[in-house]
Every structure is written in C-alpha cells, then in structure tokens.
Ligand binder design. Structure first.
Ligand SMILES: [Zn+2]
Length: 291
C-alpha cells in the first residue's frame, strides 16, 4: 500500500534498509525543508552562521552540518531538527544531498569551475578513451544523483586540493586506488573517463571495466526510478578534445556502440571521412570498456 501511495506521489516511502521504518506523509513539507536549504542569502537574514561557511556553501555546495542546523533551526518548523537524520537519509536517497559527518554536499549549489592549471594537469595524465552515455533527454539532476551515489561507493573518495573538493558544477573527480575517475555532464550526455594517478602509467583494463560496471549500476538504478524509462545509448568519442579534459562536445564525434563492432586498428573515422579526416584504432578505443 505504501509503495502504491509512493508511486502516486502521495507519500515518500522506500522499502529499503535504513529507510523503510519511516514514511514521509507530507511531501510538500519535505519539499519546503529542502527548499530552505537551497534558498539564497537574501532570504536567510537572521540565520546564525559564519560568512565563511556561507560563502563556501554557495560556491561549492559544501554545507557544514552546523550551518544546516542553523538553517533548519530558523525555519520556524519546530519539527525539522528532531527529524534531521531521517530527512537527510531521504534526501540522500533522492540524490539531493550526499550526507557526511561534519558536512554535506548539495550538488545543485555547486557553481565552481575548474581552473586552467588543474585542467592542464588532467590533460597530461595517461587516460582511457572517453565513454559516453548519450541521452535524448537528460534531466540535469540525473548527474547529481549519480555523483551522490558514487560518493557512497566503497573505495571511492573525492580528493581535495588546498582543502577544496574536486567537485565542480559539471564534473566530479574521484580517487579509486591508483586511479582517478572523471564523471562529467553536458546537455545531452554523461561521460566517464579513467586516469592513472601517476603520469605515464598504463591502465589496467579490468579496473576500467570494473569502474564502468559500478557507474552503470548506479545509472540504471537512477533511470529505473522513472516511470517512463529514459534510455541512453553508449559509445565513445572518436578522439580527445585538446581544449578541454572533460565534458567534451559530443555532436560530430560520437561513435555509437553498434557502429563500432569491428576491432580494426587502422580505420578512417566514420564521423570524419571527408573533412578533418583521421584514423582511429578501434581496438585501442574499445579495450577499456565492456560493450
Ligand atoms: Zn573522428
């Protein structure tokens, strides 16, 4: 019955460990609680909290737990704080927030762009080909949900540079053993690339395929929660984009899975047969991924 009401949008209920003991019977209340977290500074006069914490939150989406408590304490809804953990668990399940101990990550607040120096460092690493999930319609929050899900993944951590996480508005970088994983998003695609943390080291294809499996498990779970399934097609980019190390333009460079069945090592790129003609090594491009 609860699942029926959940599907009908009347309540929030997940029959999952850690969540199934609670039901949110007032969905609007829950929406308001979240809205209060993403409201802008003009609306939050009177909330106590250091301006440094505010600034960090508005730029990076990194929300100190103390600031969150201040926001909710001020929300004049006395019941918010006493249900804090339950609310956070539900928000995390919905991909709105990644919950931590001292601070939380609210991806839709992240306005941060990577600087050129960091981009150059990424460009210099040895890396896999770019695996692309192209969508006809891609709701942007799919990407946020994917990032939040990967943040909970065992062994995946988000590294920091000078205390700031490698989480940007259209890109997230994870560390996984000897590897770095880049997940990025464009208007119509989610992209995955694996880099070796040490320059010039070659990548183990079993690891890149394992990473692909992890990402696709989360991606399929996110898509599966929608009634009308939003499907993607998989493929690779025929060559690197020299100007940007992530969130690369796909149009005109996309080789769909079904069109690259051969393992030809010396083929003219089907996307660039006439203009900007170049050769591709399909074996090299495909070997990192399971198709
Ligand atoms: Zn090409």
């Amino acid at each position: 019955m609860l699942r029926f009401y959940h599907d009908a949008g009347k309540v929030l209920y997940f029959n999952e460990t850690g969540l199934k003991q609670s039901v949110i019977i007032d969905v609007q209340w829950f929406v308001d609680v979240f809205k209060h977290v993403i409201t802008d500074t003009l609306h939050v006069d009177g909330i106590i909290g250091s301006s440094g914490d505010w600034y960090e939150y508005y730029e990076t989406g990194n929300l100190k737990d103390t600031l969150l408590e201040n926001i909710w304490a001020d929300s004049k809804k006395t019941d918010t704080l006493c249900h804090k953990q339950t609310i956070l668990d539900f928000m995390q399940r919905l991909g709105l927030v990644a919950v931590g101990k001292e601070s939380h990550y609210v991806p839709c607040m992240n306005r941060k762009e990577m600087n050129d120096n960091q981009k150059n460092i990424l460009q210099s690493k040895s890396k896999s080909s770019l695996l692309v999930y192209r969508f006809k319609v891609l709701p942007f929050f799919f990407f946020f949900r994917l990032v939040v899900a990967c943040m909970q993944e065992k062994g995946w951590t988000v590294p920091k540079s000078e205390g700031i996480s490698y989480l940007y508005k259209n890109m997230a970088l994870f560390a996984f053993g000897q590897y770095n994983i880049i997940l990025s998003v464009t208007a119509d695609s989610i992209q995955l690339q694996v880099l070796h943390a040490q320059d010039e080291q070659s990548l183990d294809e079993r690891k890149t395929r394992q990473i692909q499996g992890t990402v696709e498990t989360h991606l399929n779970a996110i898509i599966g929660t929608f009634h009308k399934k939003l499907m993607f097609v998989r493929g690779i980019r025929c060559q690197e984009d020299k100007s940007t190390p992530f969130a690369m333009k796909i149009e005109g460079y996309f080789l769909e899975e079904k069109d690259i069945q051969s393992e030809d090592q010396n083929e003219i790129c089907p996307q660039h047969r006439l203009e900007n003609k170049h050769k591709i090594n399909l074996y090299e491009l495909k070997k990192y991924w399971v198709f």
